[in-house]
Design a protein around this ligand. Structure first.
Ligand code: MRU
Length: 357
């Protein structure tokens, strides 16, 4: 089953156009649809840091094109400069956001591809880099579609689904991970009732998930984060589906702050808690969630939310962008290769092996 791109009406988040990277400025959604036109890797890094582009897979794709922007003007005769630029730009981009492993996954994939062509002319290496960035984007859309198909086998017409943050088309090349089954369900003529957490502090759920689902004509109800328990208590939610920024080898899951709380709530209410994870988000080198670096973001996201003074000047603030949900609270992890049930270790290893061919 395929979902046609045309049927998903929201704009693409990452677009390559000639020698420029167009990034949908997600900070301005839903009020305005504006693209940033970027021509340097430094601009790409800033767009990632400042959340103009966000969502683990979209960050990885943007960084891949950012690598190409870094080397596109290296002269053909200067192979040494090409390799040193690749190293420098790669390190710079990698550090933009520490939790989403898709960023280093994409950069590592490019490095490995270019290593296989090491002795080839500079022009060929540049062309291969650009082709790899396009492949990362194309394959991301394919992975998301397959995740949607597998997730749909866990759902039924008429269910209520709760999601957090935005793991939708805007966070990926297309369809999203957690939101992909919702698009597929719509195609099938199913009616799912979706609850979107607003997702404090920067409201990806309200600004992005509610926006993209509403655009697609999917029944979405926006709730504040602190309403999830009440909505579950009413019996309106039959499944929680979230995305992830990194799955550790034991199945612990890092995702947007607030995800852990939802998993606890889901368990308390006997609701399955599903994590949609492309293999690009699985990090077998990280043994457990305790080893996942958690990004802390500027305090102004909380004290001056969207420009308003929302807290007293000078108050101490803790603002982690992500939390870790322990594997024991996760019902299943769904990759492009299928549904993995606990214990997650062997299934995650097999999925990663399959993705490496
Ligand atoms: O800070 P963000 O908006 O980049 O956080 C995004 C999330 O937490 C998503 O759930 C995750 O990246 C998966 S996107 C398919």
């Amino acid at each position: 089953m395929t979902i046609s791109m045309e049927k998903i009406p929201h704009p693409r988040s990452v677009v390559w156009q000639e020698d420029r990277l167009l990034l949908l400025d997600q900070r301005r959604l839903p009020a305005e649809t504006v693209y940033l036109e970027l021509t340097t890797p430094e601009e790409v890094r800033e767009a990632i840091v400042k959340l103009a582009v966000r969502g683990a897979p979209a960050i990885g794709t943007a960084a891949a094109f950012g690598m190409y922007l870094g080397v596109k003007d290296v002269p053909d005769a200067d192979a040494g400069r090409l390799w040193s630029t690749l190293r420098r730009v790669g390190e710079d981009l990698r550090s933009a956001r520490p939790t989403a492993v898709n960023l280093s996954w994409a950069l590592e994939r490019i490095r490995r591809r270019l290593e296989t062509l090491k002795e080839r002319p500079v022009s060929e290496l540049k062309a291969a880099l650009l082709a790899e960035a396009h492949a990362i984007q194309r394959e991301d859309a394919e992975m998301c579609r397959k995740i949607g198909e597998h997730l749909l086998t866990l759902l039924e017409d008429g269910m209520g689904v709760l999601t957090h943050c935005n793991a939708g088309g805007l966070a990926t090349a297309a369809y999203g991970t957690a939101l992909a089954p919702l698009y597929l369900a719509k195609e099938r003529g199913w009616h799912l009732r979706v609850f979107a957490d607003e997702t404090r502090p920067v409201l990806q759920g309200a600004r992005l998930t509610a926006y993209e689902l509403q655009q697609a004509g999917i029944d979405v109800t926006l709730i504040c984060d602190n309403m999830a328990a009440a909505v579950m208590q009413k019996g309106w939610v039959q499944a929680v589906i979230v995305g992830t920024d990194r799955v550790a080898a034991n199945g612990d899951v890092a995702n947007k702050i607030g995800t852990y709380g939802l998993a606890v709530l889901a368990k308390a209410h006997g609701i399955p808690f599903y994590v949609a994870a492309p293999t690009s988000s699985i990090d077998l080198q990280t043994p457990t969630g305790a080893d996942i670096p958690i990004e802390e973001r500027p305090v102004e996201e909380i004290t001056k939310g969207f420009g308003l003074a929302t807290a007293p000047e000078g108050v101490r603030v803790y603002n982690p962008a992500f939390d870790v949900t322990p594997a024991e609270l996760v019902t299943a992890i769904i990759t492009e290769h299928g549904v993995i049930r606990p214990p997650f270790g062997p299934g995650l290893q097999e999925a990663v092996q399959r993705s490496q061919g």
